[in-house]
Design a protein around this ligand. Sequence first.
Ligand code: ADE
Length: 416
Amino acid sequence: MAYDIKDIALADEGLARIEWAARDMPVLERIRERFARERPLEGVRIGACMHVTTETANLMRALAAAGASVTLCASNPLSTQDDTAASLVRDFGIDVYAIAGEDDATYNAHIDAVAATDPQIIMDDGADLDTALHTRFTDKLAGVIGGTEETTTGVVRLAAMAADGTLGYPVFNINDANTKHCFDNHFGTGQSTLDGIIRATNRLMCGRTLVVSGFGYCGSGLALRAKGMGMDVIVCEVDPLKALEAYMEGYRVMKAADAARFADVWVTVTGDCNVIDAPAFENMKDGAILCNSGHFDSEINIDWLEDHSVKKQELKPLVEEYTLEDGRTIVLLAQGRLVNLACAEGHPASVMDMSFANQALAAEYLYQHADELQNEVYDVPAAIDDDVARVKLETLGVSIDTLTPEQIEYMSSWKF
Ligand code: ADE
């Protein structure tokens, strides 16, 4: 085996945590059991670039049970759980290249190590491995059957590649499966972002003002949970429809530069760059805590902060205080990287269960239907999405009604 992890001796702790997560991932467990019987990915080389968490570990177990040979690197330098990485190597035969806190050079070297295995299926979260293959490893593109992409940001990058004709293989867009974004993005980000902020700062949330930039599935989930904790929530949006939706939900909606006067805690979840920029910094309340829950560390203009600060102090790991020229202080969490994964453990297993069930089933579908696919970004087949919802309900012990023949006829007729 080949790997680069922090310490294999951490494997016992990792194994216990992977099994704890597995208890709340029953859909994926059923898939793993079927995969172990049917071996649908026998001998297939999978290269994965994902957050190395206990939930991802259970996805890797399912792929290994299907007969795949899996190599995994991190999709963010701060999100790796070193004990999980150790257990994946020792207990599950997964080659892992990931160390929490790795610098950019190591992060890229780890991606290169996965690319060097000549992967046939790419499983990406943010499209960094896809990008490496389309830039530094173009000689390996022909050997790739296809890929799957976990997150909004990665889908945006891949859609841009497809639009300019450079996408080298078909990719399934996991993010837009209903059983992914309606739960993972909304409820997962809502809870895990607050979890990250609280673990990092141990500040009382109720009574404080939280500004959220972006009111998509992630931002609206965060706003909902923050409101439920007694926070006063302000929303910043650029999309008029989403801004209106936020307003009708009862949140104050305003421009970033205005929201800056009120923010005790400010979270960006837009997927864009420089969402918190000079006009907001200039008005910002003293002591504001800033963080990001979007995929990349591009949303807060950290260069502005660096350039306009007279002092920078680490208060505790991943909590840094900048003192501006006029004496105001601003606290930045996790260097502007994903706060939920850097300061906490990411989304809970129960939602990742559905996201990763989609991943596992889409990889199987991709392998079985490779001949029919073009170099495009595809939606996850509706049958897979529906099946994940049905099985999740079943594992939760929830039964629902079915339409009667009379109701089916009524719904398909225009003559009453
Ligand atoms: N993305 C968000 N939360 C995650 C988790 N717990 N594991 C892997 N990827 C994630």
